[in-house]
Write a protein that binds this ligand. Structure first.
Ligand SMILES: Cc1cc2nc3c(=O)[nH]c(=O)nc-3n(C[C@H](O)[C@H](O)[C@H](O)COP(=O)(O)OP(=O)(O)OC[C@H]3O[C@@H](n4cnc5c(N)ncnc54)[C@H](O)[C@@H]3O)c2cc1C
Ligand code: FES
Length: 304
């Protein structure tokens, strides 16, 4: 092999100098990289649901994490397991990662036993995002049920940040009871920033003066200026999303203007294990956000 000449050596030195001191890109591209994050705050939102705010332990992580609205992270509790949880706050402050979690089982139960100062592992972000750019110039309706508002909150933040690019914005929220309405102290601010927030509950309390009934009723009553040019995004229990979509189509929205967020058990989150398979799609890579016309025939298959 030829020895490198003086010119080659100086070229190699120049290249070496060009390599950043902190190899942030290399870290970002490894989906198996687990970064430690320290719990800085737990905020109870509704019964059984809390928002967990974490700060990255390694400062280098800050420059690599930029989740898009709708994406999720894999949260790892050593000795317990790993779960998929959507990013629930805009990571404009990229030194933080924020997740709203409902306690349902093994790993989420262990999350609720964490104390401020404890650390967990985080992989991600993964998956597809809400189609913000497709919304430009259109009226947009968001429909969510229960914890389904968590993956939509980052979308709400982005719609507000780019408010003048969109037409009318409506957010329809359904919950079981008034105390199950997530992020209720933020609704008046969202209203004042240009998103009309509509709420409904299945069961009212004595103090409740708002709507009663399923969220689909709100969609049935909503004034739509131009249904064929309106975009709809939905997140929540699958049956709720299906009725929402049926209603939207009956009101004149088209299948290619409707997106939904589908959840299945996730394991690898990178499209290799097959746990999240949904017909030809791997929901960890092709989803969780999918356009309805791409999955409508699969939605009719029982237990898929
Ligand atoms: C892309 C994605 C985003 C998600 N975002 C959030 C979020 O922002 N906040 C949140 O609280 N949860 C979210 N989830 C659901 C969360 O991943 C599950 O609740 C969690 O995996 C349950 O783990 P566990 O060990 O606590 O429960 P387990 O002990 O594994 O199960 C407890 C019960 O929950 C059911 N279950 C477990 N995982 C799921 C699932 N993915 N879908 C439906 N039922 C399930 C089980 O069948 C069982 O009945 C998301 C899931 C996906 C796939
Ligand atoms: S979680 Fe492994 S393929 Fe999607």
């Amino acid at each position: 092999m030829n020895e490198p000449g003086a010119d080659d050596v100086s070229a190699i030195k120049r290249q070496a100098k060009a390599v950043p001191q902190t190899p942030v890109t290399a870290i970002r591209n490894d989906p198996w990289q687990i970064d430690a994050a320290r719990l800085t705050e737990i905020r109870e939102e509704t019964p059984g649901v809390a928002t967990f705010r974490f700060a990255w332990v390694d400062n280098h992580v800050t420059s690599r994490v930029a989740a898009q609205p709708g994406q999720f992270n894999m949260l790892y509790l050593p000795g317990v397991g790993e779960v998929a949880i959507s990013v629930s706050d805009s990571q404009i402050r990229s030194d933080q990662v924020v997740h709203t979690i409902r306690e349902v089982g093994n790993v989420t139960g262990a999350m609720f036993r964490l104390a401020v100062g404890d650390t967990i592992g985080v992989r991600g972000p993964f998956g597809s995002a809400w189609p913000l750019d497709d919304c430009v110039g259109h009226d947009v309706v968001l429909v969510c049920g229960g914890i389904g508002l968590a993956p939509m909150r980052t979308l709400v933040h982005e719609l507000i940040r780019r408010r003048n690019q969109f037409g009318e914005l409506n957010l329809l929220i359904g919950a079981r009871t008034p105390s199950d309405l997530l992020y209720q102290d933020e609704y008046s601010q969202w209203n004042s920033q240009g998103i009309h927030v509509h709420t409904t509950v299945d069961r009212a309390s004595t103090m409740w003066t708002g709507n009663i009934g399923v969220v689909i009723l709100l969609l049935e009553r909503l004034k739509l200026r131009d249904p064929a040019q309106t975009l709809l995004m939905t997140c929540g229990p699958e049956v709720m999303m299906m009725y929402t979509i049926q209603t939207a189509i009956s009101r004149g929205l088209t299948r290619d203007h409707i997106w939904l967020s589908l959840e299945r058990h996730m394991n690898c989150a990178v499209g290799t294990c097959g746990h999240c398979q949904f017909g030809p799609h791997f929901l960890c890579k092709d989803g969780p956000v999918l356009r309805f016309d791409q999955v409508h025939s699969l939605m009719e298959v029982t237990d898929l």
